[in-house]
Design a protein around this ligand. Sequence first.
Ligand SMILES: Cc1ncc(COP(=O)(O)O)c(C=O)c1O
Length: 397
Amino acid sequence: MTDFARTRALFDIPEGMIYLDGNSLGPLPVAAKARVASVLADEWGEHLIKGWNVSGWIHLSRRIGDRVGRLIGAPEGTTIMGDTLSIKVYQALAAALDLNPGRRIVLSDSGNFPSDLYIAQGLIGSLGRGLELKIVEPGEVEDAIDENVAVLMLTEVDYRTGRLHDMKALTRKAHSAGALTVWDLAHSAGALPVDVLGADADFAVGCTYKYLNGGPGAPAFIYVAPRHLETARPALSGWLGHEAPFAFDLDYRAGHGIDRMRVGTPPVIALSVLDAALDAWEGVSMDDVRAASIRLCDLFIAEVERRCPELTLATARDGKKRGSQVSFRHPEGYAIMQALIARNVIGDFRAPDAIRFGFTPLYIGEEEVLGAVAVLECIMRDRLWDRPEFHRKALVT
Ligand SMILES: Cc1ncc(COP(=O)(O)O)c(C=O)c1O
């Protein structure tokens, strides 16, 4: 059994704050502070450029990739860190399209994160091969998979509603139609059990600043199925993905295995923070996390529906059909969320009308769920959201 009292003590959350936004940015792991101080003083400060070898900086992307890989069912040597998720989407989609020439359609859905769709549009534009991005409703994806589809590109958990796709079934259907798959696990990694190998995904990508608590702007990951490791062509052929980066050849030759998905110099300080953050997962069973997350989400849904009837549930009621987040809709969602934040209950807002709450059993329990609902009930009952300051839109929502 996972000891959630132990994991809770590993995070620094300000006194009195109810933090239900770990699905957007995880809180600070206590261990990260000492790690950063040590990387700065003992590694960079002491060794300077020698740090790449003596402190093992050059191996961080691979070593941490394997740590993240263990959380998503990826075998060793198939996952690597670097860049942002948008870049990893580009790499994965470009490689998948390259492995499946002669087809015209990139299939995705309207629940995908816009950056993934924008990246696909940009890539299709620069390839100039007559490719087309087809966007269907999430419930229509399965029926839209046919022999014209080159790549099925989906985010497993919808960022807005929390809807969970069946990665294994959709991948099987895609493969039977001759398509490859690219899965975005931004809202899955650390949120629920993921098995990229068991689902037979071709490529998977994700970020580490949400449920993996790697900090703002933490590096992303990319997984490549073992069968594609030596054939996937890196579209972003940077020097660290070269077979011999320090030979400084004039021509690119892709590195072996997952190393070819490296691009440039890794963010050593950010990777070190992430490395410290991942220690929290030692001794944690993802099945226990899933069970606790479903319990917390169920409790939140039941209490909000009972005490705040003006809010409309936007997330699946069946725990098996959603990720680790719950959203409610209301035309004044933005102001309601601002009023919550002003009372130290932190969630976020996603246009046009969704207030979104993430449930992260590593550091959130029933007490926080009930505390948040009590504040929300008060805000709705007394229309506390209807003040000018709560209607003023900030750039980041
Ligand atoms: C599902 C999904 N994909 C892609 C992105 C973009 O990630 P990044 O800003 O790290 O490139 C996000 C950001 O939140 C996301 O939620």
